[in-house]
Design a binder for this molecule. Sequence first.
Ligand SMILES: Cc1cc2nc3c(=O)[nH]c(=O)nc-3n(C[C@H](O)[C@H](O)[C@H](O)COP(=O)(O)OP(=O)(O)OC[C@H]3O[C@@H](n4cnc5c(N)ncnc54)[C@H](O)[C@@H]3O)c2cc1C
Length: 454
Amino acid sequence: MMRDALSAIVGSEHVTTPPPSQLEDASIASAVRARDDAVLVRPGSADEVARVVGWAYANGVPIVPRGGGTGYSGGAVPTEPESVVVSLDRLKAVRQFDPLLWRIEVEAGMVTSDVARLARENGLFYPPDPGSAESSLIGGNVATNAGGPHAFKYGVTGAWITGLEAVVAPGELVRLGGSTRKDVAAYDLPALLTGSEGTLGIVTSVWLRLIPAPEAALPVAAVYPDVATGAAAIEQVMASGIVPSAIEYLDERVVDAAYGSFPLGDLGRGFLLLLEADGTADEAERGRDELLEAAREGATALHAPTDPSDVRRFWEWRAGVSHAVTAQEGGKLSEDVAVPVDRLAEAIEETIEIGSRHGLTACSWGHAGDGNLHSTFLLTPGDEDQLRRAGDAAEELFAMAIRLGGTVSGEHGVGLLKNGQLSQQWSPAAVELHRSIKQALDPKGLFNPGKKLP
Ligand SMILES: Cc1cc2nc3c(=O)[nH]c(=O)nc-3n(C[C@H](O)[C@H](O)[C@H](O)COP(=O)(O)OP(=O)(O)OC[C@H]3O[C@@H](n4cnc5c(N)ncnc54)[C@H](O)[C@@H]3O)c2cc1C
């Protein structure tokens, strides 16, 4: 009956039993168990999304929005009986693009890197750059408020949104904001949906602001003998008055894992900082020189590629770091806690200690300027005991982030895997506010049940 009703809306060829790849996300190492009685529906328009939601809402069927499935928190995985997984991958249109006015409206199913590419081909820049950009969808980025290396200077996805179109309960297509760059008339509903991980509605399109592309971006890589010297260099860079477009770090173990593929000669072993200056060619060059100066103290090696193809290969190498770490033992549990930047060194060192306490090899890398660590425990696929210990280690990691004044999630969201953590981080009254919002927007609790809220 569910299939017949959905087929009548989207066509029977777009209603299927989800293949295994559509029942998981990047949290697969955590062995999230998807329900095998879910139905996958792939609407072809925002109106069809509204009708699918209308039917599900009327019939009490759980709704699991799905983008590119690159999430790390099990958010897009159906875990309630007889859910409908609503994939946005057919909503790919560019609805409006005005390069001269620096704005674009794209549907939720457009791949993130296609948005960035289209902007670049027109001399513009869409800065949010999650490492998954070739596979994640822009709607998934909105739903998780995704960041990336350049969030340090340019902010996360939400900083670029001027409006959203979304389907909310009980199946209404609403427009929240639009292309106007300033709008303080209403409650900030686009911001409320941004980062809501599919628990308040389904995003069907997004209006984005763009900026003229910087003419040049020049990186610097600096290697330090230990975490303390590297962390001191981060503070030195931030105190120097330069605004780097990225401040990334890799700890010693991560450097070892990715060492062999560094494209620009002998990297040097140790704690690595990756910095970047952008702007006009002159500004980027001056910024790069200033970064080199600020990062010099304590560094055992400095690299500053200038050739555009070297610069490209440099960032491609950075994007491959997560895979290089996975390759160490075949699997990993990778978290995304964030702490105030002056507590970063403690968090990096404690990550290793937490791993040792649980008999696990641990490492971290991440967005140093934002205090955002990808604290990671290496896993052998199929080793259930190791997985259980990694889960316990992650609990300690979350407690550490909260103790240091940070957050359990700087990037990936709470989803299924960190469910309950909000209650550790926020006061009961603040958690209750979350519940009131959920109740107001989703009175039947059908949007992504079991995710995000404790
Ligand atoms: C190699 C790798 C690197 C990564 N690097 C980064 C990084 O640098 N920064 C970062 O922030 N994240 C990163 N991530 C995590 C992930 O890519 C992001 O969270 C991304 O935004 C998820 O987008 P997606 O389209 O794959 O969403 P999915 O995984 O499909 O879904 C994520 C959540 O959003 C909901 N959702 C999806 N689409 C919609 C929609 N249209 N409306 C409402 N809800 C929706 C889902 O229900 C789910 O809860 C990385 C992941 C990988 C695998």
